[in-house]
Design a protein around this ligand. Structure first.
Ligand code: RUB
Length: 321
């Protein structure tokens, strides 16, 4: 049909769903870029090339396809909203250009925000500090890398992060940045907190009450860190703020396939059991010391002020039919 998303969009959607493209910020830029590719394709396709309304409809359909891939990281719908709200013009050519410009501006701002928040987060780290990480967050790594660039010597204890072991990505990236890395299994985290000065994690979404939605295990880590007296920060650019939570909505936690947890053979040997695989959890604001954004650091309880400033009275979903 004329609103069928372009192959490039379907490819990006597939890569997000299978986690070849993963992490909230990376997903957001890939989605913005996919919309630009959709605009390119729609401006060249027979059904949409000379029909602005059909072009717009194809953009909304592409956004829906991208939106449906994973439910938890709000940076994805926020990216789609950013681009579609800037789509304007009464010819297909103008529309295409406006989408290309918005997509580029979005990616540029995302990179810039990450750099800026990196400097803010780095100020919380001192020379000689050991940090503990969970999962792989480009925002969290920006803080550690900025501290290293400031000339601070930082070491890292990296949690492997079952079941997908994103800790391996973190370990490699930190090692490349010259940070000495110790990799541990998730269950060893509390034992190693005694040797750690700071826990640094990312976020997929931040709720209006200051709750931090991030990789499963973050909330347990935060509770243990508090018990050990180790400060914990979330590095999250404002694209992670979840507008719908301003009106009381909760953030959907993605449940992933059991095959990530246990292979079919082992499961067969064990017998009749249930397996669940939630990908994220919610850390209550009282267990988080600071949310570090490109606009400065905030106590979690005050993030709602920033959200009201940025979103006003809430945002419609421009990809709706
Ligand atoms: C990734 C994850 C990351 C956040 C933040 O989960 O929980 O901590 O997405 O990442 P998954 P970033 O691997 O399931 O996508 O700071 O890069 O946006």
């Amino acid at each position: 049909t004329d609103t069928e998303p372009a192959p490039a969009v379907r490819e990006t959607a597939e890569s997000i769903a299978t986690m070849e493209i993963r992490g909230a910020a990376t997903i957001a830029s890939a989605a913005a870029e996919a919309l630009a590719e959709q605009a390119e394709a729609a401006a060249a396709a027979d059904a949409t090339a000379s029909d602005p309304a059909a072009f717009r409809a194809s953009m909304r359909a592409a956004a829906r396809t991208l939106r449906e891939t994973r439910p938890t990281a709000v940076s994805l719908p926020n990216a789609l909203r950013y681009v579609l709200q800037r789509m304007e013009g009464d010819s297909v050519d103008r529309l295409r250009l406006s989408v290309a410009d918005a997509s580029e501006a979005f990616v540029r701002q995302l990179d810039r925000a990450q750099e800026d928040l990196g400097r803010v987060g780095a100020n919380r780290l001192a020379d000689g500090d050991t940090v503990m990480t969970h999962c792989h967050s480009t925002d969290a790594l920006a803080c550690i890398e900025a501290a290293v660039e400031q000339g601070k010597s930082i070491s890292a204890v990296v949690k492997e992060t079952r079941p997908r072991q994103q800790g391996h990505i973190t370990a490699e990236q930190l090692r490349d940045a010259g940070v000495p890395v110790t990799l541990i299994v998730d269950s060893a985290a509390r034992r190693y907190l005694d040797e750690v000065d700071h826990v640094v994690v990312g976020a997929d979404s931040i709720a209006a009450d200051g709750g931090v939605i991030n990789k499963i295990g973050t909330s347990g880590l935060a509770v243990n860190a508090r018990e050990r007296g180790v400060p914990i920060m979330t590095a999250a650019q404002t694209i992670k703020l979840h507008p719908e939570t301003l009106t009381g909505h909760t953030v959907e936690i993605e449940m992933r396939d059991e095959s990530e947890v246990i292979d079919a053979e082992t499961r067969g040997e064990i017998g009749e059991i249930a397996v669940e695989n939630p990908a994220f959890d919610v850390t209550p604001p009282r267990y988080m010391d600071a949310i570090v954004t490109e606009q400065g650091q905030f106590p979690p309880e005050s993030i709602v002020t920033l959200m009201r400033e940025l979103f006003g009275e809430g945002a419609a979903e421009p990809w709706a039919e």
